[in-house]
Design a protein around this ligand. Structure first.
Ligand SMILES: Cc1ncc(COP(=O)(O)O)c(C=O)c1O
Length: 380
């Protein structure tokens, strides 16, 4: 992982378009532009022929063990924390939150104390591993047994961060207008990589706290290609707080944030964005709820693994991939030519075993005994 404690000015696709945005600092976390490639075997399996119309963008490879979609967001958030001279980070998620884990990795590298408020979800083996890894990375874990208690701690922590500049509040999922710049860049990165080639006609991705989707949507407008690329966000925990409107609201907020940071000359050439235009939100894949999945999700994940060697998670990427698979299958059945389709792989599948193995647990047979007592029942 390329994470250093230096902040840099932003040499990003967005800052190359609007140089006033160079002053928005990032902590370098991303290793590289993430690769994209065709999913040849999958396309043959689903459609019976190969026409180079199924693609993947490999954000699983964004930053070694910290990869996945959080790396692009944390670059901006942690630079802001450093700028504010914060001495403690605080953030939120479910017990097996990828965001909480990625923040723990980044905070560990930067040697910044981190408190994680964690709420309930089905305790799978993967959830247990993540909890152990978060502890091994030095994060302070705070248990919440219900949504209400987690929600209250989010509100309370936000207020505390307003009162004390030493506490840096990172919103759930790391999604706000600042961090969404990471996914505006991600879209523009894809556009730069595809120079001269046709863009995918649609992009499927999972949507939780909206930052990833909002960034891609806004990126497609700022890149001048919103008419050409449909962003299809697959809701994984549909609720009044997480839905298609959340994506549009955050994309607008990010647009205004960008606008505010531009020089008058650059502001004059910022395109108008009708963000609703080529955006689709699918809510029907969110059942049975956060952290739980129907057998069809597992089957779709196995298919992608068998055909292409790619690993997904059940909470987010598995549901989005199922949506893409079923859409393509229906089109192929109707003997239609499928639109060129890109799956944005947001999940970091890097194994956590080494982090867990190397930690000096008091009782290596039952490492969870080192976690606060309220978490123990999850392991017993
Ligand atoms: C693997 C994965 N994909 C997608 C998402 C959703 O991203 P967002 O919260 O930006 O909508 C998350 C969020 O935690 C995630 O962990």
């Amino acid at each position: 992982m390329a994470l250093t404690s230096d902040t840099t000015t932003s040499d990003t696709p967005l800052a190359r378009k609007f140089s006033s945005l160079k002053s928005i600092a990032r902590v370098p976390i991303l290793d590289q532009e993430t690769p994209y490639h065709t999913l040849k075997n999958l396309e043959i399996f689903l459609t019976g022929k190969e026409s180079g119309r199924l693609w993947v963008k490999r954000d699983d490879l964004s930053a070694h063990e910290l990869g996945g979609n959080k790396a692009r967001k944390l670059e901006y958030l942690l630079a802001q924390a450093k700028k504010e001279n914060a001495s403690e980070l605080i953030t939120f998620g479910m017990w097996g939150s990828n965001h909480a884990l990625a923040t723990a990795m980044a905070a560990h590298k930067l040697q910044l104390p981190l408190t994680l408020h964690l709420g309930p979800q089905p305790p799978t083996p993967n959830v247990k591993k993540k909890l152990l890894a978060m502890h091994a990375l030095g994060a302070k874990l705070v248990f919440h047994g219900g949504q209400l208690s987690l929600g209250l701690s989010i509100a309370q922590s936000f207020l505390r961060s307003l009162w004390s500049k030493k506490i840096f509040y990172i919103p759930p999922g790391g999604s706000n207008a600042l961090s969404t710049l990471g996914y505006v860049n991600a879209f523009l990165e894809l556009q730069e990589q595809l120079q001269g080639k046709v863009l995918p006609q649609r992009i499927f991705l999972p949507m939780g706290t909206a930052g990833t989707s909002a960034g891609l949507l806004l990126g497609s407008c700022l890149g001048g290609v919103q008419d050409q690329v449909q962003i299809i966000s697959v809701g994984i925990s549909h609720s009044p707080l997480s839905n298609g409107k959340s994506v549009l609201a955050l994309a607008r907020k990010t647009y205004n944030f960008i606008r505010k940071n531009l020089s008058p000359e650059e502001r004059a050439r910022l395109p108008q964005c009708d963000l609703k235009k080529n955006f689709t939100y699918l809510k029907e894949y969110s059942a049975p709820g956060y952290g739980a999945a129907h057998p069809a999700v597992y089957e779709a994940m196995d298919l992608l693994h068998d055909q292409e060697g790619l690993i997904l998670d059940t909470t987010y990427s598995g549901k989005a991939f199922l949506a893409m698979k079923e859409t393509v299958e229906k089109e192929a059945k109707r003997a239609e030519e499928i639109p060129s389709t890109l799956f944005w792989l947001t999940y970091n599948s890097h194994p956590l075993d080494q982090i867990i193995r190397e930690f000096p647990w008091k009782n290596p047979e039952k490492p969870y005994l080192d976690l606060p007592e309220s978490f123990h029942f999850i392991f017993e």
